[in-house]
Design a protein. Structure first.
Length: 395
């Protein structure tokens, strides 16, 4: 006869454990202490086994029968219910230790050969765009649709390039998760081609008149003085924007008129020396009076321990009315006019641009090669910029 809830509730303990049977191998064991435990008796390969379902009343009669039915289905497959439960429990423990956020942070920390700045960039990208939405999920539950939803949010706010970069980083992270046995496939790979880059507008060099107009606008600019100094220095020194933003005072010797940039801050991971012409030294001395108390020459306003945001100087150019120009155009401007002057060898120009791409320059490379000519080049370029619009510009 099947058991009833009333029978189970009213069952009294005895001096020894006793059993009340239900159906299909289910029974409840009543201990002398009064505790009542659900058990399921079954056979595999002719050997009798008992599976512990749980304690009454936490598990009621209906739930105990449901658990028995699940156990019976496993037994029919030749599986012991207790082993299956341990396997599921182990999987859940692994899942708890393998959330998307934990694996992503582990991957970021595991990357070698990258700068602290790049590591911070990866952390920000995941923290701002992914963790709030899927960070707590087990990494095995993160599917292409969830990733696409996160990346579409970025696209909607105009960060398409950033979304494409993050998609590539996601793929690297999932390949790491595959190697560490947390997932079996890379869901980010399914998103390749989902985002289309807008046509790239290549850098355009300023004409002589445009350089003159730019300098006039700088003189009348009423914005943050640090930004004004930065824009003029970018014209005079034509460093890459990221190299410029990361500038540290400890690398600048104003008395020797040289900016010695460590390899880890350069795109090509090579130490780079920048001769500082007179106007650049004047601007840097003024800048030092503003930010010299900090490590960074151009600290961020919200977090001075980090460099100023990458868009800050481009926005300042926009406010100056320099429509169509970006900070990278300063490099194209210097390169174009230096070559057109005919006064300097190509390898000297390339060395000061920190391109170091052609075989001749690569073979000769060291951070101080062509130093005298580079000092002359930077002095000439400063005169060219300061005298733009004047027919007296030249050697």
């Amino acid at each position: 006869m099947p058991l009833t809830d009333i029978q189970i509730r009213q069952a009294k303990p005895g001096d020894k454990p006793r059993k009340l049977s239900d159906e299909r191998g289910l029974f409840i064991e009543i201990r002398p202490t009064g505790n009542k435990y659900w058990r399921y008796r079954y056979k595999i390969e002719g050997k009798e086994n008992v599976f512990a379902i749980g304690e009454y009343p936490e598990i009621g009669l209906a739930d105990a029968r449901a658990e028995r039915d699940k156990a019976r289905a496993l037994v029919k497959l030749g599986r012991h219910p207790a082993q299956a439960r341990r396997t599921e429990r182990d999987k859940q423990l692994v899942a708890n230790k393998s959330s998307f956020r934990l694996v992503a942070m582990e991957w970021i920390e595991s990357k070698s050969g990258i700068t602290d700045g790049y590591r911070a960039q990866l952390t920000r990208a995941f923290t701002q765009n992914l963790f709030p939405y899927i960070g707590k999920l087990p990494i095995r539950d993160v599917k292409p649709a969830l990733l696409l939803e996160c990346l579409r949010r970025m696209e909607k706010r105009g960060a398409t390039y950033y979304a494409i970069a993050l998609c590539n980083w996601l793929s690297q992270m999932f390949r790491y998760a595959i190697r560490t046995l947390r997932v079996d496939a890379d869901p980010a790979a399914a998103l390749y081609g989902a985002f289309v880059r807008e046509p790239v507008e290549h850098s355009r060099a300023m004409t002589v008149d445009e350089i003159a107009s730019f300098r006039q606008k700088l003189e009348g600019y009423g914005g943050f003085r640090v930004n004004t100094i930065a824009l003029e220095l970018m014209l005079l020194l034509f460093l890459r924007t990221v190299e410029f933003r990361r500038g540290r005072w400890c690398d600048v010797d104003l008395d020797a008129a040289v900016w010695d940039i460590p390899a880890e801050f350069m795109k090509r991971r090579r130490r780079h020396l920048v001769p500082l012409p007179k106007r650049a030294v004047e601007l840097l001395r003024e800048l030092h009076s503003i930010t010299g108390g900090r490590e960074l020459m151009f600290p961020g306003l919200k977090n001075p321990s980090l460099p100023v945001n990458g868009s800050t100087f481009n926005k300042a150019l926009e406010r100056l009315g320099m429509k169509g120009f970006t900070c990278h155009d300063f490099r194209a401007t210097a390169s174009t006019h230096l070559y057109e002057s005919g006064l300097f060898r190509g390898e000297v120009i390339e060395m000061q641009l920190a391109h170091s791409e052609d075989n001749k320059t690569k073979a000769a490379y060291n951070h101080a090669v062509y130093w005298k000519e580079r000092v002359e080049l930077m002095a000439w370029w400063e005169r060219f910029c300061l005298l733009s619009g004047d027919h007296g510009v030249g050697g």
